[in-house]
Design a protein around this ligand. Structure first.
Ligand SMILES: [Zn+2]
Length: 148
């Protein structure tokens, strides 16, 4: 095989090369890898997508952390809430349910105070306390009189 490429008018001399099958295979693999590799524009787009993806993941993490923090804060507020205004009047309204005694809803922290025991494996935020329910319902006016 004669090389006919000219460089400044000179013809490169023909050279005989011996190549092993293993080396040829390696060269082919490298050539295919190079052909498949993204060019610089594609690489910039890929890098930008990776950055956007990382940023989106960080934002999701921050959001989930802030949602968890808000839930913790809400739970804490409910635990320390007196369900009463400074003048001692109640912030509660009695919510009737079709079955059972219903519950008292605190208009300040959305606390729900229910009589009886919490259902087995209860995971919610409702406060189950019969004594507190009975004490607090004394200060609740009928729902038509309740003003927020
Ligand atoms: Zn409350």
């Amino acid at each position: 095989m004669k090389n006919t490429d000219n460089y400044k008018g000179q013809t490169m001399p023909e050279q005989g090369i011996t190549i092993t099958q293993e080396a040829l295979k390696e060269m082919m693999v490298e050539a295919i890898k190079a052909a498949r590799a993204p060019n610089s524009v594609e690489q910039m787009q890929i890098d930008a997508q990776v950055r956007e993806s990382k940023q989106a993941n960080e934002n999701r993490l921050k959001l989930s952390q802030s949602v968890a923090d808000e839930a913790k804060q809400r739970k804490w507020n409910r635990n320390v809430c007196t369900h009463k205004r400074a003048d001692g009047t109640t912030r509660l309204t009695h919510i009737q349910e079709p079955n059972g005694p219903g519950y008292l809803l605190c208009l300040w922290n959305q606390c729900k105070i229910r009589p009886g025991a919490a259902p087995k494996n209860y995971q919610g935020d409702d406060i189950y306390d019969t004594d507190k329910f009975n004490e607090l319902i004394q200060g609740v006016r009928s729902s038509s009189e309740i003003l927020i």
